[in-house]
Design a protein around this ligand. Structure first.
Ligand code: DHB
Ligand code: MG
Length: 235
């Protein structure tokens, strides 16, 4: 028996910091974006470091050369994605708010990533519909982290811009557990539930959710792979 008495209960924030200390290399670009975002008064809703690092890991795992991000905010998600991008790869990041887009562009240019990440200002659905109409080549990885009300619309367009094997990640699908509440009046939660119902009728998607608990509370992200078959496996 060890006589080690752990210090009193570790909070999710403690664990997040400890895991980040082990797993997340310090990145001056991300530190600068965190400072610029706070100085500009952006809401503190950027992805937590371990999840950001996971985006890099997933990009590397799928060999991503073309990445789509819906919801740029201050640009930190785009940097995490860039850290998992194959050499010569490109990222398109969509942002409704012109001030946020400008801030992200400045940060990305300062980091030498302006040739890698294109930040597009405007309503994401407009860009997505135009991209579908012009036959934009498929993306390898998609990260949806925008207004939750339109989650289903964003996911459907993302699937239209995918190929078999494309990995789609959707942030914030648990929302303190409220995704389980069929009567929840919150528009964002309702949007997530609509997206889930849509997925349930799409055998060409294989999807699951990992629940997370971190400094921002209880949430989770959805991982979906676009299948090359009709989803019916007999073997
Ligand atoms: C909110 C949005 C996010 O993308 C997030 O990660 C956390 C919170 C929000 O709008 O409340
Ligand atoms: Mg988010």
């Amino acid at each position: 028996m060890s006589d080690h008495a752990p210090p009193e209960p570790f909070s999710a924030a403690d664990v997040e910091a400890a895991l980040a200390g082990f797993l997340v290399p310090r990145d001056p670009v991300l530190d600068a974006i965190a400072r610029a975002s706070a100085a500009a008064g952006l809401p503190a809703i950027a992805v937590a470091e371990p999840l950001g690092r996971l985006l890099s890991v997933l990009g590397l795992a799928v060999g991503a050369r073309r990445i789509l991000e819906i919801g740029t905010l201050g640009g930190s998600g785009a940097v995490w994605l860039a850290r998992g991008l194959a050499p010569g790869g490109r990222i398109v990041s969509l942002e409704l708010d012109a001030d946020r887009a400008a801030l992200a562009r400045r940060s990305l240019a300062h980091a030498g990533l302006d040739g890698t990440v294109e930040v597009v200002t405007g309503a994401a659905l407009d860009w997505l519909d135009a991209a579908i109409a012009r036959g934009e080549p498929p993306f390898d990885l998609v990260f949806i982290d925008a207004d939750k009300e339109r989650s289903r619309e964003y996911l459907a367009r993302s699937v239209a811009l995918s190929r078999p094997g494309t990995l789609i990640v959707v942030d914030n699908v648990v929302r303190e557990g409220r995704v389980a509440d069929a009567g929840c009046p919150d528009a964002g939660v309702r949007g997530i539930r609509r997206m889930m119902e849509w997925i349930a009728g799409r055998p060409d998607l294989a999807a699951s959710v990992i629940q997370t608990v971190d400094a921002k509370g209880h949430d989770g992200f959805l991982l979906a792979v676009v299948r090359g078959d009709d989803g019916v496996r007999t073997g």
